[in-house]
Ligand binder design. Structure first.
Ligand SMILES: Nc1nc2c(ncn2[C@@H]2O[C@H](COP(=O)(O)OP(=O)(O)O)[C@@H](O)[C@H]2O)c(=O)[nH]1
Ligand SMILES: [Mg+2]
Length: 240
């Protein structure tokens, strides 16, 4: 199976080279970095370290992921691995994240920072509360058991396209989990370690970012459920 990696990046010049160098290359065919208007040379560094760089001038985590996925379309992989550009996720764990998919046991794998070890201060208290609340809602409303909405994740490419991902910012990760639950994809979680980021946080490290992310994440769940109601029971599958 071919695996391509997607890394959204906004001003991560201090971290992106390490992330790219630490990603186990035999596992990953291509790495697409979507630069979201960085002003610190992130795009140039990424290109120097072997990434295919695409640019999305409109800000937003989801917008960057969508642009990177569009770049895969001409020569699609079997699996897409997502991770952040700030070196919070440990690229050396890519093999563990991919394993349930490569073994044919899952379609979507979330690297769970709740199950893994967290460096003190890596996950802010507001992010932990938000994740807890969102994953409780996913269980109550969709019958799927997740412990995190973490960015380090892998998903089979064709089922991902079929989900019709749309969110252009902080709702991206939860949208994928909600739509995967509805589509009956087999989901799995593996523990993922989480470190303090290099550089400055743009989302959970600021009050406005946290509030906007919380509203967007909970709103994504609420709007989906209000529009489409409970998922069909036969779709509530889980990997063994
Ligand atoms: N906030 C934000 N992050 C982006 C954007 N585009 C890409 N990113 C990347 O998304 C990842 C997560 O952002 P980060 O600031 O680490 O959020 P945090 O982990 O909640 O502190 C990083 O790799 C950013 O570089 C964007 O438009 N806005
Ligand atoms: Mg981060």
């Amino acid at each position: 199976m071919t695996v391509d990696a997607v890394i959204p990046a906004l001003n991560e010049a201090g971290a992106i080279a390490l992330v790219l160098d630490e990603l186990p290359r035999p596992l990953v065919r291509r790495i697409v970095v979507c630069d979201n208007g960085s002003t610190d040379g992130t795009a140039e560094i990424a290109a120097d370290h072997g990434a295919v760089v695409v640019r999305e001038p409109r800000r937003g985590y989801g917008a960057a992921c969508l642009k990177a996925l569009a770049a895969l379309d001409a020569d699609p992989p079997d699996v897409v691995l997502f991770l952040d550009a700030d070196r919070s996720d440990d690229p050396a764990e890519a093999g563990r994240i991919l394993e349930p998919i490569l073994a044919g046991r899952a379609d979507l794998v979330i690297g769970s920072r709740t199950l893994g070890t967290r460096e003190p201060g890596a996950l802010t208290p507001q992010a932990r509360v938000g994740n807890w609340l969102a994953t409780r809602l996913l269980l109550a409303l969709y019958g799927v058991r997740f412990t995190d909405l973490g960015p380090f994740r892998a998903i089979r490419y064709q089922p991902l396209l079929a989900l019709g991902m749309r969110d252009r910012d902080f709702g991206w990760t939860v949208e994928m989990q909600v739509k995967a639950a509805r589509a009956g994809l087999r989901s799995a979680e593996v523990p993922a370690r989480y470190r303090r980021r290099i550089g400055r946080s743009k989302i959970s490290g600021t009050l406005s970012g946290s509030v906007r992310a919380a509203i967007k994440i909970l709103g994504t769940i609420a709007i989906d459920y209000a529009r489409r109601g409970p998922p069909r029971r036969s779709n509530a599958r889980r990997s063994p």
